[in-house]
Design a protein around this ligand. Structure first.
Ligand code: SF4
Ligand code: SF4
Ligand code: FES
Length: 258
């Protein structure tokens, strides 16, 4: 059997233990990945005892409580707290999700919180998404119209054509899907991944856009697109209930029939 050995400096060590000081009878133990580029030390897993009687229902509420009351150095991204910005994506109990949408009441026993998998870590729960953003930029995610009719203020779209964007426009680029995709883990520099391909399909499907052919040509590549082997992890991990695997399948079908 093949054995993989991690380099010594990537092994996760046991970290600090922060005991509850409130004597509450409703305590949750939360284990959190910690790593700082400044410390020159291995990553560790700190454990926090959190009083749930004085905490909101979401995993993000737990993180905010820890940061505000126990350890202000805990680092994570968040902004809207309503599942809109996508910035609080992380791995909670082994599943990629938005911490502001995930209820800790659904998790029995201790909670484990890690950054999104298979990305470089910037600090603690903050994963490095710069490659994904460059890939997003590469698909030119904006409306392309060859010639603007100056006397028209809007580019109109029928209800039916607008409906074709349902299930696509809702994507918030949280990266939960791409970082759950085995093909993206191994070929993340070349394969565009489900998040970016769903976005590409969003623009390919937009009746107002006039660059459909160029867009299809741009993604028709054995690495950029065909690294997807329809494993479907992406679809099962999307916290917005979208179906990137179906979008990728639709692009492949368009290419096969065009
Ligand atoms: S498809 Fe879903 S999981 Fe993927 S980036 Fe968009 S919202 Fe996030
Ligand atoms: S369906 Fe394609 S993009 Fe989605 S997880 Fe599988 S290989 Fe990745
Ligand atoms: S904080 Fe914006 S999606 Fe969670």
């Amino acid at each position: 059997m093949v054995q993989f050995n991690l380099p010594q400096n990537s092994k996760i060590l046991k970290g600090k233990y922060f005991s509850d000081k409130t004597s509450s009878s409703n305590i949750k133990r939360v284990h959190i990945y910690r790593w700082s580029p400044e410390s020159n030390q291995n990553p560790s897993e700190d454990t926090f005892e959190v009083d749930l009687n004085t905490c909101g229902n979401k995993v993000l509420d737990i993180l905010n409580k820890i940061k505000n009351e126990i350890d202000s150095s805990l680092t994570y991204r968040r902004s809207c707290a309503h599942g809109i910005c996508g910035s609080c994506a992380m791995n909670v109990d082994g599943v990629n999700t938005l911490s502001c949408m995930k209820s800790h009441k659904d998790i029995h026993g201790d909670i484990r919180i890690y950054p999104l998998p298979h990305l470089k870590v910037v600090k603690d729960l903050v994963a490095d998404l710069s490659t994904l953003y460059k890939q997003y930029e590469s698909i030119e995610p904006w409306l392309k119209v060859k010639e603007f009719k100056s006397n028209e203020s809007e580019i109109k779209q029928s209800k039916e054509n607008r409906g074709k964007l349902d299930g696509l426009y809702e994507c918030i680029m949280c990266a939960c899907c791409s970082t759950a995709c085995p093909s993206y883990w191994w070929s993340g520099e070349k394969f565009l991944g489900p998040a970016v391909l769903l976005q590409a399909y969003r623009w390919i499907s937009d009746s107002r856009d006039e660059a459909k052919k160029e867009r299809l040509k741009m993604v028709a590549d054995k690495l950029k697109l065909y690294r997807c082997h329809t494993i479907m992890n992406c679809t099962s991990s999307c916290p917005k209930g979208l179906n990137p695997a179906k979008a990728i399948g639709s692009i492949k079908k368009m290419l096969a029939t065009s």
